[in-house]
Design a protein around this ligand. Structure first.
Ligand code: SF4
Ligand code: SF4
Length: 111
C-alpha cells in the first residue's frame, strides 16, 4: 500500500504531550489491560514478579507515551498512571514511526 503519511503543514503550530508513566508494581494483578490497550505499545509485561506473584507492566518505549491516560483509566487496581512530562513538536520520524505502527495494527487482527 502506498505511504501517504507526511508531516502536517501546520505541525510547527502544535505540540503533542510527552507522558511519564508511574507503575505501582505491588498493586498490579497482571491482567495486562494496560499493555493490550495502550495505543502506542509503550508497555510490556515485566520479567519480574511483584509481591502478589504477578508480572507488572514495564515501560519499553517511554518516548512514545502521549499522556493519554488510558492505562490509568483502564487499570482495575489503580496501579498505573501517567503524568505530563513536557510538550514536544512532531517530527518526520514520529510520522514514519506511527505510519508503520498503524500498518502493523491493520493486519494484526485479520483472521
Ligand atoms: S498514558 Fe496512554 S500512551 Fe502513555 S502508557 Fe498510558 S495508555 Fe500508553
Ligand atoms: S491494568 Fe493495572 S492491574 Fe492490569 S496489568 Fe496493568 S497495571 Fe497491572
Amino acid at each position: 500500500m502506498p505511504d501517504f503519511w507526511r508531516l502536517p503543514l501546520d505541525a510547527a503550530d502544535h505540540t503533542v504531550p510527552q507522558g511519564r508513566i508511574i507503575i505501582i508494581a505491588d498493586r498490579c494483578k497482571g491482567c495486562d489491560f494496560c499493555i493490550e490497550f495502550c495505543p502506542n505499545e509503550v508497555l510490556t509485561p515485566s520479567e519480574q514478579f511483584n509481591r502478589k506473584g504477578y508480572h507488572p507492566p514495564e515501560v519499553i518505549k517511554a518516548e512514545d507515551c502521549v499522556n493519554c491516560g488510558l492505562c490509568q483509566v483502564i487499570c482495575p487496581e489503580f496501579a498505573i498512571y501517567a503524568e505530563l512530562d513536557h510538550e514536544k513538536h512532531l517530527t518526520e520520524a514520529d510520522i514514519q514511526k506511527h505510519s508503520i505502527r498503524l500498518s502493523r495494527k491493520d493486519t494484526r487482527h485479520v483472521r
